[in-house]
Write a protein that binds this ligand. Structure first.
Ligand code: ADP
Ligand code: MG
Length: 429
């Protein structure tokens, strides 16, 4: 296949020498079963590449399972990867398959592989070498046929030297290495990719992009792009919407680059200029343009947050509930969970690391309601209201602790007083 066609199909843009070499390599290895190790900063296209590799492989009709090894708490990573048997630990009420089983005959993408705890690294080595593994709590060997694509934004060899990463696993992964260069090292890609993003956003938001002054264009090229293509995409989208029909000069562009700490945080919001406040208000007496800007930006952030929360929630449900309980969930939730891919649990926050699910309770401590109650509660695909859900959770907590209100309120994360108020409100005993 033609390189450009491949790039277009898989959304891997860029015609710099560096990018061409990368794409050639991807095209060479994609159809094989060979293990691929990707190295690159956040936002350079590791996810896109993993998907491209899977989608052109013979395995494309089976699962692509995406695992962020850095985002799964150490205590549950083994059972996430390899599954567990009923009774393997407190709370393991049913046996469950792990990601390696789910990826059988497909591809597993092990993102942030450098963060895998050492005791799990041994098990990874075994499954990569022989396809063999054990579920937690079982002594029966299982086998799986997976193609492995791994990624890291760290220097894995350095981790080996520091004694954090096993050397044998390093060599096992090091079959084909693909280094995805940061955007600042392939500056000639910036404008063409930016242009493409602008086109997309313009048609999506029915907006016109007027273009740049020379010094703005130079800034676009010389900027460091710590968030790489992810950041470039965000800037393009924001300019299209917020600077609608404006010619972009350097100071305008600066507002969108300056102080960008991490993705999705309020820190990266452009500073509002006085004239943007007054300009549009004449055309829309109801909404001052500053308000509109704020609303738009809040919406963009909210949309990103919701996507991330959906992902986290789906994974949380997937790792917590049994298959039967998953079937009892409302369709909107189930769609997320049943998704062809099991995606990562992390929220990527640019170069500043990864927000994992550390704040979530460990799997062993989660108390799931009885199946029949869950099914009754979620009924025939009906989505319960927040009040109903709250009431249900309160009932479950009280039941669990034999009516002990202090323990129930602790578990629910509310004060005892609030619990009393809610008991009253819902007419509960
Ligand atoms: N070469 C590329 N061409 C076009 N878009 C890209 C490219 N690389 C990354 N992107 C876009 O940038 C964003 C981040 O890419 P992603 O693959 O998630 O990066 P990473 O996994 O390395 O953090 C996504 O919106 C993706 O579509
Ligand atoms: Mg990624």
């Amino acid at each position: 296949m033609d390189r450009e066609v491949f790039q277009e199909q898989h959304g891997l843009l860029g015609s710099s020498d560096a990018m061409r070499q990368v794409v050639d390599k991807i095209m060479q290895v994609a159809k094989t079963d060979i293990t691929v190790l990707m190295q690159g900063e956040s936002g350079v296209g590791k996810d896109v590449t993993a998907r491209a590799i899977h989608n052109v492989s013979q395995r494309k009709n089976n699962n692509l399972v995406i695992v962020n090894c850095g985002a799964i708490p150490e205590g549950i990573i083994e059972s996430e990867l390899f599954g567990h048997e009923k009774g393997a630990f407190t709370g393991a009420n049913e046996s469950r398959e792990g990601y390696f089983e789910k990826a059988d005959r497909g591809t597993i993408f092990l993102d942030e592989i450098g963060d895998t705890p050492k005791n799990v690294q041994v098990k990874l080595l075994r499954v990569l070498e022989s396809g063999e593994f054990f579920r937690v709590g079982s002594s029966k060997i299982k086998t799986t046929d997976v193609r492995v694509v791994a990624a890291t934004n760290q220097d894995l060899w350095q981790l080996v030297q520091d004694g954090i990463f096993r050397e044998d696993l390093y060599y096992r992964l090091d079959t084909v290495k693909i280094h995805l260069p940061p955007l600042r090292d392939r500056q000639e890609d910036i404008i063409p990719i930016f242009r493409k993003f602008v086109q997309e956003s313009s048609s999506r938001y029915d907006s016109v992009f007027k273009g740049f002054s020379d010094d703005a264009r130079e800034l676009l090229i010389s900027y460091r792009w710590p968030g790489n293509i992810r950041e470039l995409r965000n800037v393009a989208e924001q300019l299209v919407v917020l600077e609608k029909s404006q010619f972009i000069d350097k100071s305008t562009l600066q507002k969108y680059l300056k102080g960008r700490q991490h993705e999705g945080s309020a820190d990266n919001l452009p500073i509002l200029s006085e004239n943007s406040r007054t300009k549009d208000s004449a055309s829309d007496p109801d909404l001052d343009s500053k308000d509109r800007e704020l609303i738009y930006r809040a919406l963009v952030e909210l949309r990103n947050d919701i996507a991330d929360v959906k992902k986290m929630f789906a994974n949380f449900i997937y790792s917590t509930f049994s298959n039967k309980n998953i079937k009892a969930l409302p369709p909107s939730v189930r769609n997320e969970v049943d998704n062809h891919e099991v995606s990562d649990m992390n929220i990527d926050v640019g170069d500043h690391g990864t927000l994992g699910m550390q704040s979530m309770p460990e799997q062993q401590e989660i108390n799931t309601p009885e199946e029949s109650e869950m099914e009754q509660f979620f009924g025939d695909d009906k989505i319960p209201s927040i009040e109903e859900t709250e009431k249900f959770l309160i009932e479950q907590a009280l039941k669990k602790f034999d009516g002990n209100r202090r323990k129930a309120s602790d578990t629910l994360g509310i004060s005892e007083r609030t619990l009393y108020r809610k008991l009253d409100q819902y007419g509960l005993e």
